[in-house]
Write a protein that binds this ligand. Structure first.
Ligand SMILES: [Zn+2]
Length: 593
């Protein structure tokens, strides 16, 4: 019955739609089993045998994904219901056998049971729909206006960055690009709304937890206001924060005028945990400009079917990470100590990454699509996030120091926003170098050669010192002894006993002793080792040649390991006790007070 009502509504809607509009309909067919019926009605093609495609990745996640694996029973028909032969020509492309000039509809069953990649998820409480993983498109009609109509349970509310259409659960978009970058969250939610600088800022929360929506909205408003001020103008008319309070997944994705943030439902308290959410929100909101409004020229327009390589993802992601923390501070959501704590943990982890000397920021950006995992990543790669954040920190402190606090990295991003919008074609490396030169009055070619194309150690510690911030040993042993490091990480073994090696640091003590990831440590100097006692035992046995036994594929091996000594288990940033006037001036320019 519902189906017929639905078909009738579509007919009623039809006259409002221009002839070249693409009409999508999605009916949740079995929420508990995560399925929907989807249809896409396309205008008449100028060519015979048109194709439709589903993207092979979704924006914001630079990785080829098997999105087309969720489609079954793909069929095509003409507008008057005649079946049209359709065949698959690659993993995400279908070709119709149809003469030119005939409008057509492609329908299929969609399986949507993926949450953590933020692509498509349907259950009995909500649906999260990113069009890249839900709606096929026609390359011919990619720029045609789009109407999306959903058929969802009566008590559900549908939200998106897209404008509402002329029915309850309808949305409209200027084209498929807007549709793919405007995910839909429909379901049972809490909804909050406020105005910032004359524009609506909305928050929709799916899932129970220890969140306080009103308090969150206040912080999101402060973050939004601060970011608006940084750029001077906004690329959005209305902005929607979508929050998934759930379990087992964590992460967030930026979109055109919305974001989706996933976090553990009980992670909104205490304050230290909540600040992770706040910084993530600031990160995603900053992306509304940096990536969505301006981005590397190689990604304009996006090619949805294959990798979009660029050397500049470290600006897209890393600079955004740099600003997320600074804006959260300047918006008054966190204080200086909390700000420094976050820089501290990023810097400490970055300086423990041997891969920073193996791969440059440019190379890491280009290869983001194929970065390895685990300790191979740490030993042979550098992430665009911390690397870009540390380059951002170095650039910001240099610009502020050299200009006596008058210029900063924000001036460079304002320039990108003013001169290199997506509609203007995006930006190149030469554009960034030209802006840096314009802001600072000097060439940045040497900086680029050493730290962006090259892998020289960034001068962040010296620059932080100039701002009255020191990097000192943290978690020092309380017996006055040094800290003994083996250069590896462990987790409980399969049966809970012994210590399974999860990562080995390149050129560290364990690396030199021949231990590798996957080995299971069993004893040091004849005494049992476990994941639980590893930290204590490695400290108790101290320096010198240690006899270490381990299993490799269940066969016992013995080796000799020479621990290295260091001041503490980690390092942290702290404000200098008696800063000079110059240090205070730079700190004030940087942190704003
Ligand atoms: Zn990001």
């Amino acid at each position: 019955m519902k189906k017929y009502v639905y078909a009738f509504l579509a007919l009623v809607l039809a006259p409002a739609a221009a002839a070249d509009t693409v009409n999508y309909q999605l009916r949740i067919s079995n929420a508990a089993q995560h399925t929907a019926e989807v249809s896409a009605r396309f205008p008449a093609s100028a060519k015979a045998d048109p194709i439709v495609q589903l993207p092979n990745w979704r924006t914001g996640r630079y990785e080829i994904l098997p999105l087309a694996n969720g489609l079954r029973h793909v069929v095509a028909k003409t507008a008057d219901g005649k079946p049209v032969p359709i065949r698959k020509t690659d993993k995400a492309t279908w070709q119709l056998a149809l003469p030119a000039g005939v409008p057509y509809t492609v329908s299929y069953e969609l399986y949507a049971n993926e949450l953590g990649l933020r692509t498509r998820h349907i259950d009995d409480s909500h649906a999260y729909l990113n069009a890249s993983a839900v709606f096929v498109y026609s390359p011919e009609f990619r720029t045609a206006p789009v109407i999306v109509k959903l058929e969802v349970p009566k008590d559900w509310q549908s939200r998106s960055g897209m404008p509402q259409g002329n029915c309850g659960d309808c949305f409209t978009a200027d084209d498929y690009d807007v549709l793919t970058d405007s995910p839909i969250e429909t379901g049972i939610h809490r909804f909050y709304k406020t105005m910032v600088d004359g524009k609506p800022i909305e928050l929709v929360i799916w899932g129970d937890g220890n969140h306080d929506g009103e308090a969150m909205l206040k912080d999101l408003a402060a973050i939004s206001k601060n970011t608006n001020a940084l750029f001077g103008s906004t690329p959005y008319a209305r902005y929607l924060y979508i929050v998934h309070a759930t379990d087992g997944v964590r992460g967030a994705t930026e979109h055109l005028n919305s974001t989706v943030i996933q976090t553990e439902r009980w992670s909104f308290q205490p304050r230290s945990e909540y600040l992770k959410f706040a910084r993530t929100a600031a990160h995603e909101f900053f992306h509304t400009w940096n990536v969505k409004a301006y981005r590397p020229a190689e990604m304009v327009p996006y090619d949805y079917q294959k990798e979009n390589h660029t050397n500049l993802l470290w600006i897209a992601e890393g600079h955004t990470s740099y600003f997320e923390n600074l804006i959260t501070l300047r918006a008054g959501v966190q204080d200086e100590k909390q700000y420094l704590g976050d820089v501290s943990s990023t810097l400490a982890a970055y300086l423990r990454t041997p891969g920073r000397f193996e791969q440059s920021a440019n190379e890491s950006s280009f290869d983001e699509w194929i970065q390895p995992d685990g300790d191979r990543h740490a030993n042979a790669s550098v992430s665009i996030y911390p690397k870009g954040e540390m380059i951002g920190l170095a650039m910001d402190l240099m610009l502020r120091k050299e200009s006596g606090g008058k210029k900063s990295l924000a001036d460079v991003h304002r320039g990108l926003w003013q001169k290199h919008k997506v509609v203007q074609g995006g930006f190149t490396e030469a554009d960034v170098l030209a802006l840096l030169q314009q802001v600072s009055g000097r060439s940045w070619q040497d900086f680029w050669s050493r730290y962006v194309i090259g892998t020289e150690e960034l001068p962040v510690l010296a620059l932080l010192k100039d701002a009255g911030v020191e990097f000192v040993a943290d978690k020092k042993p309380d017996d006055g002894k040094p800290f003994y490091a083996w250069g590896l990480s462990v987790a409980p073994g399969e049966d809970g006993a012994f210590a399974k090696v999860t990562a080995v640091e390149k050129d560290g003590p364990a690396w030199k002793a021949g231990i590798t990831t996957g080995d299971t440590l069993i004893a040091v100097n004849g005494n049992r080792l476990s994941a639980k006692n590893f930290a204590a035992r490695s400290q108790q046995f101290g320096a010198g040649a240690l006899s270490v036994d381990y299993f490799r594929r269940d066969a016992k091996v013995s080796t000799t390991l020479m621990p290295k000594t260091q001041d503490g288990a980690g390092m942290k940033l702290q404000f200098t006790d008696k800063p000079t006037a110059a240090q205070l001036a730079l700190r004030k320019a940087w942190l704003g007070n």
